[in-house]
Design a binder for this molecule. Structure first.
Ligand code: ADP
Length: 445
């Protein structure tokens, strides 16, 4: 087992990893940018090193500085958290080349799954349903038109290197397909340095359902059930829950088993998430793998009772998974709300600044994962998340009631927050009925 781990991240996920290390008797080495100097969570690490100025490109994204800290801090492993370098296969490889274990998948599996076209090919080989679309990358416009005629409009043009919704375009007819291809390709080239695009049938009003998986280095793969993350805005998740509401048990089993097959096919190890969209008839289609721990991992921890960060560290150290599929429960209902410092009245623009007053909720079944405190300044340089409020109760109705009670207790002053939108979401009859799709927020508010 590792004695010391470097945490190549910041904020709430850095704190989450520090906490897991402390419980496991592992020492943690943290890093911080000048903007994060003095953050309280850094005091909980055994050591902390400044790695540069505020801009992530000058600090949290600099592989050479992180490797230097790993050497100075004498660590045996690096946990990348989410965001920043978490899905950078080059970073994973550099760590391992330096004899430092990267707590995540093999870099080969990460590269293959990070490319959407090759991920689709892996999914197909594993007999996992994919959205009907082109076989691989599109080479010319006429081929795209031919595929679109076969699968039927509307179609979605997607960048193979895509992420964060960039390079995606819906085309309702041939004219917009021809124009959209060029635009999407140019956008992808600019954002990812890879102009490759492909086509998928555009699924109308889908739900987003994803499966948490864990795979060890000994060929054991399990799923930890699913999360529904359909409440989104601009492809950013606002609420995540487990189990997914209104998902027939057969479909649920099928989705979870598909995720396990895909992971086995790809040679993936460690924690990962297989994402699907589900249409109104409960047909489900693979969309992508997130090769890292996700923001919304706590809902899975609450229903299964399994500490995912701890399992990531154990698996990376070579340990066998300590449970089998049949031993993994899904108890009660857990819901997570992301609380962001954003201005809902101003197109959700980030609202950085000092938190002058903070009253956070508590009580039975309530977990608040956050690194902020009264007097903390939310930096404009990073994401605007204040924290994640997670409730876990025996039923979904109880969890919603607890969440509503928490929202009445919760107060943040000094910055604008998404809390007013949260109150609307948890009081919305469609959300309460569990019938929202990924277009719901934009259509409704
Ligand atoms: P990115 O990696 O850019 O986030 P994803 O492939 O994960 O892209 O898709 C992001 C979101 O776009 C999904 O959660 C879903 O809401 C929507 N989406 C993706 N593919 C389709 C599709 N074929 N039809 C309809 N919506 C889709």
């Amino acid at each position: 087992m590792f004695q010391r781990i470097l945490i190549a991240n910041r904020g709430e996920i850095a704190l989450r990893i520090i906490r897991a290390c402390r419980e496991m008797g592992i020492e943690s080495v943290a890093v911080f940018s000048e903007a994060d100097r003095g953050a309280h969570y850094l005091e909980l690490a055994n050591e902390a090193y400044c790695i540069g100025p505020a801009a992530a490109s000058d600090s949290y994204l600099l592989i050479n500085r992180l490797i230097s800290v790993a050497e100075i801090g004498n660590v045996q492993a690096v946990h990348p958290g989410y965001g920043f370098l978490a899905e950078n296969a080059h970073f994973a490889k550099v760590c391992r080349d330096c004899n430092i274990e990267f707590i995540g998948p093999p870099h080969e599996a990460m590269s293959q799954l990070g490319d959407k076209v090759s991920a689709r090919a892996i999914a197909m080989a594993a007999k996992v349903p994919c959205v009907p679309g082109s076989d691989g990358l599109l080479t010319d416009v006429n081929e795209a038109v031919k595929v679109a005629n076969e699968i039927g409009y509307p179609v979605l043009i997607k960048a193979t290197a895509g992420g964060g919704g960039k390079g995606m375009r819906v085309a309702g007819n041939e004219v917009s397909l021809r124009a959209g291809l060029q635009a999407a390709s140019a956008e992808a080239e600019k954002a990812f340095g890879n102009a490759g695009v492909y086509l998928e049938k555009f699924v109308e009003r889908p739900r987003h359902v994803e499966v948490q998986v864990l795979a060890d280095h000994h060929g054991n793969v399990v799923h930890l059930w699913e999360r529904d993350c359909s409440m989104q805005r601009k492809h950013q998740k606002l609420i995540e829950e487990s189990p997914a509401p209104n998902l027939p048990d057969e479909v649920r089993q099928d989705i979870c088993n598909s995720a396990v097959r895909l992971v086995k096919e790809s040679g993936y190890q460690n924690a990962g998430t297989v994402e699907f969209i589900v249409d109104k008839d409960y047909n489900f289609y693979f969309i992508e793998v997130n090769a890292r721990i996700q923001v919304e991992h706590p809902v899975t921890e609450m229903v299964t009772g399994i500490d995912l960060i701890k399992q990531q560290i154990l698996v990376a150290s070579g340990a066998k998974l300590p449970f089998e599929q049949k031993d993994i429960p899904c108890n009660g209902s857990a819901i997570e709300l992301r609380v962001n410092a954003e201005d809902p009245d101003n197109d959700f623009r980030g609202s950085p600044g000092k938190i002058t007053k903070l009253r956070q909720p508590g009580g039975l079944g309530v977990r608040f994962d956050s690194h902020v405190h009264e007097g903390y300044t939310i930096s404009p340089y990073y994401d605007s998340m204040i924290g994640k409020l997670i409730v876990h109760r025996q039923t979904r109705d109880d969890a919603i009631a607890t969440m509503k009670r928490c929202l009445r207790e919760f107060s943040v002053e000094g910055v604008k927050t998404t809390l007013p939108l949260a109150a609307k979401m948890f009081n919305n009859s469609d959300f309460v009925a569990g019938t929202v799709d990924t277009t719901f927020v934009e259509r409704t508010w």
